[in-house]
Design a protein around this ligand. Sequence first.
Ligand SMILES: [Zn+2]
Length: 435
Amino acid sequence: MDAEIIRAAQGLKDKTVARRRDFHKYAETAWTEFRTASIVAATLADLGYQVLAGDEVVEAASMMGVPSSAELDRQFQRALEQGAHAVWAEKMRGGKTGVVGVMRFGKPGPTVALRVDMDANDLVEATGEKHRPSREGFASVNQGAMHACGHDGHTATGLGVAEVLAGLRDRLAGTVKLIFQPAEEGVRGAKAMVARGVVDDVKYIVGAHLGIGLKTTGQVACRTEGFLATTKLDAVFAGKPAHAGGAPEQGRNAILAAATATLNLHAISRHSRGVSRINVGVIQGGTGRNVIPAQALIKVETRGATTAINDYVYGEAVRIIEASAAMHGCTVAMQLMGGAAGCENDAALVARIEQVAKRQHLFTEILPAGNIGGSEDCTYFMERVQQKGGQAAFVMIGTELAAGHHDGFFDIDEEALVPGIALLAGVAVELLTKG
Ligand SMILES: [Zn+2]
């Protein structure tokens, strides 16, 4: 079926570029992808997929870093004005913007999942002739939201794969699940979909990303390394205000608690089994020069080479934050704002993906591995599948980049989209038909 898959993917080129540009123009940030996700849902339904969305695929209690309900309502209205499918968007109220397309084929076989992400960055897009999206009229019309990580390309790719597989449905076996995840930026979305059980029955899962370390179109890496497990945490310290000159002893200084925590968080011991990271990136507090500060906030992130190492750093961080509050007679409230697991790709699955890439001849260079250079919450899906005995891999698809990820001048090479569709569809067919 290789030739057919390639032909089908190539036939989708114009449609895929148009979709990518449409998603780019109407960029939506984490948990507000109402327009994007509703278009995904409607397209999958048209192709004959069973479409699960909203509560069916997102567990509200596990959503992290969700915007305020006023903000969600505002973006929901904006999405409707910009052409969202109202019936689908309605299912996603409250930011539950995840979508899963399921297709069960006639013959028995494994459940294969592909995962892409849909959200944009909190970023103002560059303007001017130098920036192609601006020059060609598809720059973001949503102020402060920009696809500067290629997730617009991922979403369009996912829909392309959906169409290729639907066209082959009579000859496939098993079940395919196409996962369209919200809120990857800030690693906030995957956990809520995993908690809902979206991949509990999955034998193989493949994720993908454009660019990152692969900056030449035609390159591909079927294995990704360097995933750091991470936890994002806000801590709000509450003390007691007092006159700094007249009665300082009656106050409880929340800034001192936050400062004590900050210094000691950075003193958490290294771990003998792998790298770790800790950062206090934001510290805010106080109300006036002559007031003992009654409130302070720190924004913290921990990372580790494995989930276990990150859990260690995170556990120490919580202990230190609580102890720092106690030392200064303050209380503290902590809130999880994001997280991702550590992950190793399964060599057996990587080898099969490489075989498909070699057979298809759409890539000029197959690299042994790509490096994610940070955290990606696809790892939550991958970890769950592996815990249940399945296999996981994360593919990196090379593309020339106009600027680095999360830069206002970021842009992908759209020539990278068709090879990505062909590879992911080819991998799905390989796994569905051969088990
Ligand atoms: Zn990304």
